[in-house]
Design a protein around this ligand. Structure first.
Ligand code: HEC
Ligand code: HEC
Length: 222
């Protein structure tokens, strides 16, 4: 009896440690694991079948802006977003489900998938604003944002700054509002501080300006 009890205990503790080993690590650790993987793009292309119903076969998203373009986004930025959704560091019911461990495997899957997506070509920009505040938006962008996001809004994969050029207008506008209204926890400072004093015309202008920039220019990570 005593022996059986000891066996049961041993079994329970080994199951517990297995469960622990299978637990996804925290966001920071998981992203480090992703960056260590040498991606297999062919494999990433197969995993991408789970994304096309919303982002399209070409990864260009939906011009009306409910689904962003992800083609040509920097690989490391895509990976970070997937990890963030998985760990509820960024909120969106659909993407939290897509990125959960039930649907997407560990670090290797995220690395393969993001490498494939980042290599997809981008179409000419579509899904822009009404054009009224573009010039104003461009001035504000160059003053407040270009220091990090780049003069051509090309972003920087190394420092994990997203490419914004050619992103859909309505999607961009939503991210700006989500940040102000604290619905996008992974938006780092100084975004809330920069957005806080802005007026509607600043937001629509910036989003419209960015949505019209040519996205296809390949800028190597610096
Ligand atoms: C059911 C629809 C749907 C599916 C399927 C889906 N997505 Fe998304 N995706 C969205 C929506 C909607 C957003 C914007 C969410 C938000 O506002 O945070 C998004 C956002 C993203 C972002 C963030 C983009 C950015 O610019 O920050 C990435 C990266 C992404 N998706 C990758 C993927 C990948 C990879 C897959 C396949 C494994 C996938 N998505 C499947 C709807 C979907
Ligand atoms: C100090 C550097 C820095 C500055 C300045 C900055 N950003 Fe960002 N921005 C980032 C980083 C880093 C991210 C990625 C956050 C994350 O991991 O989700 C980001 C993300 C974003 C996103 C989300 C992109 C997406 O695909 O969902 C938008 C939109 C954005 N920034 C707009 C702006 C605007 C507009 C300004 C100027 C008013 C600005 N940023 C200024 C560094 C900066």
């Amino acid at each position: 009896m005593k022996y059986l009890f000891a066996c049961a205990l041993a079994l329970a503790s080994s199951l517990a440690s297995q469960a622990q080993a299978a637990d996804p690590p925290n966001a920071r650790q998981e992203l480090t694991d992703v960056f260590r993987v040498t991606p297999n793009i062919t494999r990433g292309g197969r995993l991408f079948s789970a994304c096309i119903s919303c982002h399209g076969r070409d990864g260009n998203g939906q011009p009306q802006g409910n689904v962003p373009a992800i083609a040509q986004q920097h690989q490391r930025v895509i990976a970070k977003q997937l990890v963030d959704y998985r760990h509820a560091e960024r909120w969106d019911l659909q993407m939290e489900d897509v990125a959960s461990t039930h649907r997407l495997g560990p670090a290797r899957d995220i690395a393969d998938l993001s490498a494939y997506v980042s290599g997809l070509p981008r179409e000419a920009p579509e899904g822009t604003g009404d054009g009224r505040n573009v010039e104003h938006g461009g001035r504000v962008y160059l003053r407040d944002c270009a220091g990090c996001h780049g003069a051509e809004a090309e972003g920087n994969g190394v420092t994990l700054v997203p490419r914004l050029a050619g992103q859909h207008y309505r999607y961009l506008l939503r991210q700006l509002h989500d940040t102000i209204e604290e619905r996008r926890p992974n938006m780092p400072p100084p975004h809330p501080q920069l957005f806080e004093p802005m007026a509607v015309d600043d937001f629509t202008g910036i989003a419209d300006y960015l949505s019209r920039l040519k996205p296809a220019r390949r800028v190597l990570a610096r």
